[in-house]
Design a protein around this ligand. Structure first.
Ligand code: PFF
Length: 452
């Protein structure tokens, strides 16, 4: 049905009301929650970071999410052209283009970490991961520094992602999310119970939940802001793209609220699993990006049916990563196919191949390219830092100005309120969008100018 994208063809739409919500939650919930959140919390000193993160999610994330979805539903096009549809003959569409670039950049390193999760799943499945007294730090170190295996799994993962995106919105993206997301929750609940029943769980809990504000500095505040954007998939063009496939009956604020709630829930559950275990087993919470790849196998080694749980757990991280990687590719593919009048079936593999090649340099930056650095950061670190902590908040700043001062709160409201829906707390929302969000992001940026 989808040979080209001429305007005569009706735009693809989600099959059910829940379709958008599950797909968007599938994008938001991913490695950002299960892999990135625990290690940035660990590096950021714990609960004070979590609290600042929570503040950013609720005061910046939620209001912007409502606005970003509205741009897509109003504009009915890819992340860039939706801006154009709303404000023709202006340059605001450049913010949509920045989002597309960011998605491209994120997927290049995201596909690497997704490949790691994929590898761990296969290792667990074939019974090669969990073994008594194994040093999981060197297991992981040995794997990511290898010149071949991480790339093999990155390429395999990207192949799956491309095939699903080729299938389109309803048959590809939606179907997968509907089955896989709910099962992830069940598994996480079991693991939370397990971790909380470990001896001395309270030490990890107070690290995660009892704030010590003396550890806070500008680096940590910027990291919390970046994590909020990254975890919500905010300002990356994702909500414009997915929002363009929703119909007008859907309540945008209800969807946004649901997405934020689920995303927070999974991050908090990941924290409740990781930190009690980290302190119980004497792992350094600030050890960095390998934190979950070391902590979880340690938990499973010391748990009844641990080898089975390892299979399930890495399967679900793999799935969570997959649904987010799909969303990242979809942002770029929606743009490429509409810009160059290509079909999905052509645009997805070409885009996927280019991103995979860039991603290989990220994969190698743990091994043979580890000496290639800029400001002490490897290729992987640069892409992660630049996207999460600089470009996403920057695109968010421009987004808030666009919503608050160009399209204006009344314009957003008109779109949100189609078909009898409402925008609750409109005046607070509009105040946040116009004043609070741009000012807070600017202050965080200025405050952290010295740290790059
Ligand atoms: N939100 C995803 C995660 O937390 O893993 C990462 C992500 C996906 C960021 C899609 C941006 C995006 F557009």
């Amino acid at each position: 049905s989808e040979k080209n994208s001429s305007s005569l063809e009706p735009r693809e739409q989600w099959g059910t009301r829940l379709g958008f919500m599950l797909a968007a939650a599938g994008s938001a919930i991913g490695l950002g929650n299960i892999w990135r959140f625990p290690f940035v919390v660990g590096e950021g000193g714990g609960a004070a970071f979590v609290l600042i993160y929570l503040g950013f999610v609720l005061l910046i994330g939620l209001p912007l999410l409502i606005g970003e979805i509205s741009i897509g539903r109003k504009g009915q096009a890819n992340a860039m052209d939706s801006y154009k549809a709303i404000q023709p003959r202006t340059k605001w569409y450049l913010n949509g283009f920045i989002g597309i670039l960011i998605s491209f950049m994120i997927l290049s390193f995201y596909s690497v970490v997704s490949g790691w999760a994929f590898y761990y799943f296969i290792q667990a499945l074939t019974g090669q991961l969990i073994a008594p007294n194994r040093d999981y730090g060197s297991t992981f170190g040995g794997f990511i520094t290898d010149p071949i295996m991480p790339i093999v799994f990155q390429v395999l993962l990207m192949t799956i992602v491309v095939i699903i995106v080729m299938g389109g919105v309803k048959k590809g993206i939606e179907k997968w999310n509907n089955i896989l997301m709910p099962t992830l929750f069940l598994l996480l609940i079991v693991l939370v119970v397990r971790s909380l029943s470990l001896e001395n769980a309270h030490i990890g809990l107070s690290f995660f939940l009892k704030p010590d504000f003396s550890v806070i500095d500008s680096t940590i505040i910027l990291a919390a802001l970046g994590q909020a954007f990254f975890s919500l998939s905010l300002a990356s063009g994702l909500y414009v793209t997915y929002g363009s496939y929703i119909n007008k009956k859907n309540s945008i604020p209800a969807n946004a609220g649901g997405i934020v709630f689920l995303d927070l829930l999974v991050a908090i559950m990941a924290g409740l699993i990781i930190f009690p275990a980290v302190f119980h087993y004497g792992i350094d919470p600030g050890r960095g990006p390998d934190l979950v790849f070391v902590t979880f196998p340690t938990i499973f080694t010391d748990m009844p049916f641990g080898a089975l749980f390892a299979v399930l757990f890495f399967f679900f991280i793999f799935v969570a990563a997959l649904t987010s990687a799909i969303s990242l590719l979809e942002v770029v593919v929606a743009f490429i196919k509409e810009k160059f009048h290509l079909s999905r079936k052509i645009a997805a593999p070409i885009t996927g191949a280019i991103i995979t090649v860039v991603g290989m340099f990220c994969a190698l930056s743990f091994g043979s390219l580890s000496h290639v650095t800029l400001f002490d950061r490897t290729i992987f670190d640069i892409l992660d830092f630049l996207t999460a902590e600089i470009l996403l908040p920057f695109a968010g700043l421009i987004l808030s100005i666009f919503l608050g001062w160009i399209w204006k709160p009344a314009g957003v409201r008109e779109e949100v309120e189609k078909e009898g829906n409402s925008l609750p707390l409109y005046s607070i929302w509009s105040f946040l969008i116009r004043y609070v969000i741009p000012v807070v992001i600017l202050i965080v940026f200025i405050d952290s100018l010295g740290i790059i």
